[in-house]
Write a protein that binds this ligand. Structure first.
Ligand SMILES: [Ca+2]
Ligand SMILES: [Ca+2]
Length: 111
């Protein structure tokens, strides 16, 4: 679980990144914090996003970073690719709460 900002309302949200218990797929669960009726606070219903990444993605740590500079946090998995040995960034760009698209970049390093 990590604090992130997803819906840009100024209050922190939560993102759970985990291996789904049924099929092992990469799963994000998002909850948005609502503080508009203080002192009451509310969390939104869980928003689930399931990806088709290979099982190896679970070996790498998810890091939060606003890659596209739109104010919301995206998720980056940095790792060394198992086939090419290239430094690889697999990025999940957050377009809306629960709506992510995947972009992968490989950087081949000279010996
Ligand atoms: Ca928020
Ligand atoms: Ca972003």
């Amino acid at each position: 679980m990590q604090e992130v900002h997803i819906n840009l309302d100024g209050s922190p949200d939560l993102l759970f990144v985990f291996r789904h218990w049924n099929d092992g797929k990469l799963n994000f669960r998002t909850r948005l914090l609502d503080i508009s009726n203080l002192p009451d606070i509310n969390w939104s219903t869980s928003i689930s996003t399931v990806f088709n990444d290979g099982d190896g993605i679970h070996d790498f740590e998810a890091q939060m970073l606003d890659i596209d500079n739109d104010g919301d946090d995206d998720v980056v998995f940095p790792f060394r690719h198992w086939n090419t040995d290239a430094f690889t960034l697999r990025t999940k760009i957050c377009d809306a709460p629960g709506d992510y698209r995947t972009i992968t970049h490989q950087f081949l390093c000279q010996p």
